[in-house]
Unconditional design. Structure first.
Length: 208
């Protein structure tokens, strides 16, 4: 026996219909940063990357990102022309908390320096500066992009990162915003202010 809601089959013979969203994450592609890597790019149709209407939500998890020089922060940008240009106008807001390792300082609040107002430059994903002097310092977090293939709506994104900075502090940065375009987004690029990725794993997932 099937279960139908508003003309859509939800269950058929006890099995969930393939068209019903489940929220399950499907790993699409893993990229790794090395000492000569200045950018990490996920481009639809390149090296088995999917970034189209196949999924309504895309999530990128970045793990133990480490730069080859102190102070740069990791950022991302978006493209509508398969990576020929990463220059989409974005508006965003950001807040963070930080706590110094020796317990001598803490802070929490809005961060004007980490947001954009129709800026076409890269959107920061970390705050406080990466730690190279200490080999165990790194950044971890995730970026979520909603319905990038839409040709009707702007493209919303949210991100959160945890960074052991060079001060040394722990930074917890939260970002939300939108790419102000009704063209389909088909590429995402990450960089560290022109420095090399000494280490880092980037995993692209699709969610239906």
């Amino acid at each position: 026996m099937g279960v139908i809601s508003n003309g859509t089959t939800l269950l058929d013979a006890g099995a969930l219909d393939s068209g019903v969203p489940t929220g399950a994450m499907t790993l699409i592609k893993t990229l790794t940063g090395g000492n000569s890597t200045t950018t990490i790019s996920f481009v639809h149709g390149t090296s088995s990357v999917i970034l189209d209407s196949t999924y309504s939500i895309y999530k990128i998890k970045f793990i133990n990102v480490h730069a080859d020089a102190n102070t740069p922060n990791m950022s991302f940008n978006l493209s509508i022309d398969s990576g020929s240009n990463y220059n989409i106008a974005k508006t965003s807001t950001a807040f963070q908390a930080w706590h110094k390792e020796d317990d001598s300082g803490t802070s929490f609040g809005y961060q004007a320096g980490n947001d954009l107002a129709q800026g076409t430059g890269a959107q920061r994903l970390t705050s406080g500066g990466m730690d190279v002097a200490n080999a165990d310092g790194s950044a971890c977090g995730e970026l979520t992009l909603y319905n990038p293939s839409s040709t009707t709506f702007v493209k919303h994104f949210m991100a959160r990162s945890s960074l052991n900075s060079y001060h040394p502090y722990e930074y917890d940065l939260h970002i939300a915003g939108y790419a102000n375009t009704t063209s389909a987004i088909n590429a995402i690029q990450f960089d560290i202010a022109g420095q090399n990725f000494d280490n880092g794993i980037f995993k692209l997932y699709g969610i239906k």
